[in-house]
Design a protein. Structure first.
Length: 261
């Protein structure tokens, strides 16, 4: 399925699993200032929603290593698939550090359970899955977040039970083949060695002309959270319209779009 994707990232914590939650920037057009899972919109470069999930995880929190359980789907919606990822000693690259990326989670720590820990990646925190009900009501949550986290925990428990019966299953050729079909590769230590990347260049067809898919990919990139965090021009043009509309002539004037056309 090529749809949007969200990832529930879990790790072992004191007495319970912890979930990595993100404070969305107040500058975001969708769910500004909400606490939520990590994920986002499908890109034209993603073979499927599993690829979308891991790509968004890498872009938003910089997770590059420590994957004990790679993205495993546990729920499907009309437009979004949900995946659970288990990490151990996760490794994060330096990523978001401004209000265009994530909100400063330290400013809402007083609204989170006392055991909550700020994560190494900016704008994120590790929250005990047994204490989600203790999150202060003044902090808005992504719709259905608590139930989705609980669903991820239950699915992980089933996976871990299977792993105990079949040691090494997560490193089996069958699992590796599934991941490769999504453009994902991990080494024996759980480090991501391959994953779709929106910075990749659009490939041309054999006759020198790019496909309509390439044009779609480029336009989707312009409107992506990743680009709007840094693209001051488009961010200001969209924000200037009360309903978020953008004059199509501005897109047609872009050199990248003109080169594709």
């Amino acid at each position: 399925r090529r749809v949007n994707a969200q990832a529930v990232i879990l790790q072992d914590g004191p007495g319970a699993l912890q979930v990595l939650l993100q404070l969305r920037s107040h500058r975001m057009q969708v769910m500004p200032g909400h606490l939520g899972a990590v994920g986002g919109c499908r890109s034209g470069i993603d073979p499927d929603s599993r690829a979308t999930a891991l790509r968004e995880v890498q872009e938003e929190c910089g997770l590059t290593g420590g994957l004990e359980v790679p993205p495993a789907k546990f729920a499907e919606g009309a437009n979004c698939d949900w995946y659970v990822i288990k990490v151990r000693n996760p490794i994060f690259a330096q990523k978001a550090s401004t209000e265009f990326e994530c909100g400063d989670v330290r400013t809402v720590m007083h609204l989170l359970p006392a055991s909550t820990q700020t994560a190494e990646c900016y704008g994120h925190a590790w929250v005990s899955t047994k204490e989600l009900a203790q999150i202060d009501a003044r902090l808005p949550l992504m719709g259905g977040l608590v139930n989705k986290v609980r669903g991820a925990v239950q699915h992980l428990l089933v996976l871990q039970a299977a792993m105990q019966k079949l040691p090494g299953h997560m490193n089996s050729e069958a699992v590796k083949a599934v991941l490769r079909s999504s453009g994902i590769e991990l080494d024996e230590n759980g480090a991501v060695t391959a994953c779709p990347n929106e910075d990749s260049k659009v490939e041309s067809t054999s006759d020198g002309c790019t496909s309509l898919g390439a044009l779609q990919t480029q336009i989707e990139y312009y409107f992506s959270d990743k680009n709007l965090r840094h693209d001051k021009f488009f961010h200001e043009k969209i924000s200037a319209n009360a309903q978020g509309w953008l004059d199509v002539s501005l897109l047609l004037a872009c050199k990248q779009v003109q080169s594709i056309a």
